[in-house]
Design a protein around this ligand. Structure first.
Ligand SMILES: [Cu+2]
Length: 282
């Protein structure tokens, strides 16, 4: 009896030790834990893997992690230098979209950046991505198609528009990803369209913020903060106050550095909404 008790204690102890150390290793060894493998491209004896927080790409802001694997050995390369070029192939034209650099993360097998898709693909029109990457002094190219879906909840998280200055802009919401009844951190990116293939970060503009609930007498909320440019992140940040759950239209107005209105209108009794806006529903 005593021996049995002793053995089972040992068994429990061994299991406890090995189970807990396994968990630690999984956490330490998996730099893409919590991300989904959305798609991968095969080229040059390599597999280029694209990961995202959600299981597919959608219109608007998409954070993407990239890993490159040697197909034969299943081993990931370290310190790849990666560049990328997204192109949408439409019936009558091709165009690109705003994109970040692809930068190495703390884990040297993972690089990260973002792409901002203006529109989803469809049966005839699709997005492709070309990656140029350098490994050990050699340059390679890989490409493939990307499936880009409309935003999951059907709400507007990106606006593509022509300003009063005749320039074309892309404004996309980055945060809140998961809005709550609170004062949310509000983040957005603004790009100027130089031509069909080139977009530059539009710096030092200002975006005023006026969230409203159209279903409830178009009431607003207190303590919002306008979006201002942050030179370190190259994004715009402010505060979005949501006082209850439901559908909110976040009315926006884009002003240049001189304070001229480039796009959008004030919300008044006569004018219930701005022509520049995002939407959230939660
Ligand atoms: Cu397009």
């Amino acid at each position: 009896m005593k021996t049995v008790k002793f053995l089972s204690l040992i068994a429990i102890f061994v299991c406890f030790m090995s189970c807990s150390s396994d968990d630690d290793e999984v956490l330490k060894d998996d730099p893409v834990a919590g991300l989904s493998l959305v798609t991968s491209f095969e080229a040059n004896g390599h597999t280029v893997e694209l990961y995202s927080e959600s299981s597919n790409f959608t219109t608007g802001y998409n954070e993407i992690s990239v890993r490159i694997k040697e197909a034969a050995s299943d081993r990931y390369f370290s310190n790849a230098e990666i560049g990328w070029m997204p192109v949408m192939h439409m019936a009558d034209k091709e165009h690109s979209c705003p994109k970040s650099e692809v930068a190495l993360t703390e884990n040297e097998t993972v690089s990260k950046g973002f792409l901002i898709f203006q529109m989803p693909g469809n049966a005839e029109e699709y997005w492709s991505l070309t990656l140029n990457y350098r490994l050990g002094g050699v340059t390679y190219e890989a490409d493939g198609r990307l499936e880009v879906n409309p935003s999951l909840d059907g709400k507007q998280k990106i606006s593509v528009f022509k300003g009063n200055d005749d320039a074309r802009y892309v404004l996309a919401m980055v945060d809140p990803e998961k809005p709550g009844v609170k004062i949310n951190d509000f983040k957005a990116v603004l790009y100027k369209m130089e031509d069909m293939m080139n977009f530059s970060v539009a710096e030092y503009y200002k975006i005023t913020v006026d969230p409203r609930m159209p279903g409830m007498d178009n009431h607003s909320s207190p303590n919002n903060e306008d979006l201002t440019y942050n030179a370190a992140s190259r994004m715009y940040s402010g505060k979005l106050s949501l006082t209850m759950t439901g559908y909110w239209k976040i009315n926006l107005k884009l002003l240049n550095a001189d304070g001229d209105v480039i796009k959008g209108e004030d919300v008044t009794e006569e004018n219930p909404e701005s022509s520049l806006y995002f939407e959230v529903e939660f």
